[in-house]
Design a protein around this ligand. Sequence first.
Ligand SMILES: [Zn+2]
Length: 253
Amino acid sequence: MLVNLFVFVIGTIFGSFLNVCIHRLAKEESIVFPASHCPKCKTPIKVIDNIPLISFLLLRGKCRTCREKISLRYPIVELLAGLTFLCFYLKTDSLLTFFFWALLGCLLIIGFFTDLEEQIIPDEIVVIGILAGFIFNITKGQTINSLLGAASGFAIFFLIAEIAKFIVKKDAIGFGDLKLAAMLGAFLGTSGFWNTFLLAYLLGAVISIGLIIFKFKKMGDYIPFGPFLIIGAALTLYFGPFLILQYFNPLIQ
Ligand SMILES: [Zn+2]
């Protein structure tokens, strides 16, 4: 029980760092310098005001100096990272697997919010993700599966982009989705990637229709696809691919 709490707390501390990454990678700033500061009044944030989840509650979501509202994204990311670490810890059976899952979880949380807020999937995330995905699968004896997964991700989005360009005569799909898909393929292998792709399209369709019906968006508005791929990937990682897809992939058995 105490171990679980420890893992959750470590997750929230990572979440705090992920917030910095989300903010700075989306704006293409260095993630190391300068130290964390309030985006409005630039006052450096004291250690006491930087405790994951707790500081947000104590400060009631406002900067101590200028009372500027702190985005709700900060506690959400901290909580999400804590829960991700805890779920993955309970689900995985070795520390090595937990390490790689947690790493992927962190990258996905960053990508989810940078894509949602700025329509950017940072290259740093993709490069680390592809390398980690390959290394993780090499340790599991799934090297070819990983390579094919990355190739699947790249190929399908390249194809969709080319077809879309041919039909609507403009870029309908961002390069970000293509990079993200290759990274997810490297991590999840072929059946994992196709499972993610399917889930992402289903989720994307349902949620986009919902957003249009409830008038949050209009027909033709841009809705980033990356967050759907990321939710699909997280579900695939945790629950494994649908059985039907495993039959299409003799390499994984
Ligand atoms: Zn401030």
